[in-house]
Write a new protein. Structure first.
Length: 197
């Protein structure tokens, strides 16, 4: 499987607050950084990052509402919301931001938009993307939701499992749900055998 100009690499939420030491750290989350860096050298037509970009009183925060499931994390403009410093990306990488409204949350990158309020779906269409390779954090939340929405959008969907980490100790349910939905599960070495994690 070789990436082409009609393919996009979607890097999900590789932000400081989801890395070790962050407010909502994904176990072993930093282990994917070298793999993702190597993926960015492959001939994708488009590379996009998604980022949680929350207001300080976001509905998902335990401190904002009793039903909020998470501690405050990825507050817009903070160090925690920034992409990992070790994630070196090409200059033409695009970014979409999600969870930007106080009263709405979105695990899926398809709920996000760029700084000009262009949705991820519109960006993909504008660039003629037919297939999306997903990686990032967390496999069982935002990567899974984004992959399922990619399938619903009618795009071929590939999750690079060695370039993801999850919250749950057992990721079998998430991987099964993805496979059942038609997502292709593979590793970075299926794209480029010289990539080492």
């Amino acid at each position: 499987m070789t990436p082409s100009p009609a393919d996009a690499l979607l890097i999900i939420d590789v932000q400081n607050d989801f890395l070790p030491g962050g407010a909502l750290a994904v176990p072993d989350g930093d282990a994917i950084l070298p793999v993702i860096r190597q993926l960015t050298y492959l001939p994708f037509g488009l590379i996009i990052t998604s980022q949680d970009w929350h207001p300080a009183q976001h509905v998902s925060f335990k401190t904002a509402t009793p039903a909020g499931p998470w501690p405050p994390h990825c507050v817009a403009g903070t160090h925690g919301a920034a992409l990992a410093a070790d994630l070196t990306l090409p200059a033409d990488t695009l970014a979409v931001f999600k969870g930007t409204q106080t009263d709405q949350d979105s695990y899926s990158a398809f709920g996000g938009a760029d700084a000009q309020d262009v949705s991820l779906a519109a960006l993909l269409q504008r660039h003629g993307i037919n297939r999306i390779f997903l990686c990032g954090l967390a496999l069982d939340y935002c990567v899974q939701a984004s992959a399922l929405d990619t399938c619903k959008a009618g795009l071929e969907t590939v999750v690079l499992t060695d370039a993801c980490r999850g919250i749950a100790h057992d990721l079998t349910p998430a991987l099964t749900a993805l496979h059942t939905a038609g997502v292709i599960l593979c590793t970075s070495q299926d794209l480029a055998p010289d990539i080492r994690d």
